[in-house]
Ligand binder design. Structure first.
Ligand SMILES: Cc1ncc(COP(=O)(O)O)c(C=O)c1O
Length: 380
């Protein structure tokens, strides 16, 4: 098997699973319980929180555990919208956000919020001038993703953070789900108020995530109850999952330091190989581009047919973002970039991790080329 769908999810590291099993078995207490088992679980949770905070360069009290990227995005955006509605009802985002932001915006729109979607250029990137034009006295939140999950474009979040310094009452949220463990992001230096992270995208476990909330920033909880997570997110914490996520981020960031160059070389090799095919369009930009995502179309090919044909030969890739790949809708990201609908419907995403090897890239390329040839024969 050659697994090249790491933006959908990653295989958890063995050490991560070992941590999860150990904590679940030996420290199963509820962290809110007063007795010793509860205290032990609470200590482990605090340790995990501190490790994650250190890795992200923030304070432990700014890290709130959630069930993943979708929940973190919902909590950041709806939590800010509900809390600050008295100040204004305008939110700014981009046309290329993940569905967990897009659908949240649709819901807020129905509740009476005004949403501005910033356009992107042909490389999938927004620009600050459009943000400057859109911002108004009613703006309470700007939310921009860091790395686009479909094509890998890196948004200018540093510039957005700097620009928003002129608007201290406007909160800034970043969906860092695809960037964490691949591209460093200095949350403090770039004046980010809220930041979403998901454990299963960096070899942690599904159903684990966190939201960074800068000290002093107020949001309303979406889940109310026993006041866990400093009342921001009630519900008994997934202690083992949180500890496992801390381990996953530490191990991934070690690889980020040692293996970033290798990741970029694998991506370049893949793009070069794909470009040898006729009728291929690479949608991933060549600059401001994450090291692990490659999105391309082969004219006339149905993406699903191609993905299944590759699967038969043991190569796992995806049609577009995982959550929308079963709904047959055209990629909003590619449409926003100006790609025509036919080509957008042919788009395939290959996504790498530090666990991949150059031999796998070369083998996958051979299989891709063979598959293209076979499909073209059938289509004749
Ligand atoms: C950019 C981005 N944001 C948010 C999410 C949602 O994360 P989760 O699967 O943890 O809910 C994803 C998952 O694909 C993503 O790629």
């Amino acid at each position: 098997m050659i697994y090249l769908d790491n933006s959908a999810t990653t295989r958890p590291y063995k050490e991560v699973i070992d941590s999860f099993v150990k904590v679940s078995t030996d420290y199963f207490g509820n962290p809110s319980s007063l007795h010793q088992l509860g205290v032990q679980a609470e200590n482990l949770l605090s340790k995990g929180r501190k490790q994650l905070a250190d890795l992200l360069g923030v304070k432990p009290g700014e890290v709130f555990f959630t069930s993943g990227g979708t929940e973190s995005n919902n909590l950041a955006i709806k939590g800010a919208a509900i809390k600050h509605r008295g100040r204004g009802n305008h939110i700014i985002t981009t046309e290329v956000e993940h569905a967990s932001v897009r659908e949240t915006m649709n819901q807020l729109k129905q509740l009476g919020f005004e949403i501005t979607y910033l356009p992107v250029n042909s490389e999938g990137r927004m620009n600050i001038d459009d943000l400057e034009k859109a911002i108004s006295r009613d703006t309470i939140l700007v939310t921009v993703m860091h790395v686009n999950n479909e094509v890998g474009t890196i948004q200018p979040v540093e510039e957005v953070g700097k620009f928003l310094q002129k608007y201290p009452r406007v909160l800034f949220h970043v969906d860092y789900v695809q960037g964490a463990g691949k591209i460093p992001l200095d949350l403090k230096r770039h004046h980010i108020d809220l930041c979403s992270i998901s454990g299963h995208k960096f070899h942690g476990l599904k159903g684990t995530g966190l939201l960074y909330v800068r000290d002093g920033v107020q949001i309303s909880p979406l889940l109310t109850g026993g006041s866990q997570e400093f009342t921001i997110r009630s519900g008994t914490e997934n202690v083992a999952g949180a500890v496992a996520m801390a381990k996953a981020l530490r191990l991934t960031m070690e690889k980020q330091r040692s293996d970033s160059g290798r990741l970029v070389s694998m991506k370049e090799q893949m793009i070069q190989g794909l470009m040898e095919l006729s009728d291929v369009t690479i949608h991933t930009p060549s600059v401001h581009s994450a090291p692990h995502i490659i999105n391309f179309s082969i004219k006339g090919f149905k993406a699903e047919v191609f993905v299944h044909a590759l699967e038969e030969k043991g190569v796992y890739v995806s049609t577009t973002s995982a959550c929308s790949s079963k709904k047959k809708s055209t990629s909003t990201t590619l449409l926003a970039m100006g790609v025509d609908e036919g080509l957008a419907n042919s788009s395939v995403r290959i996504s790498l991790s530090y666990e991949n090897r150059m031999e796998e890239i070369n083998q996958a390329l051979t299989i891709i080329k063979e598959t293209v040839k076979n499909l073209k024969e059938v289509m004749k």
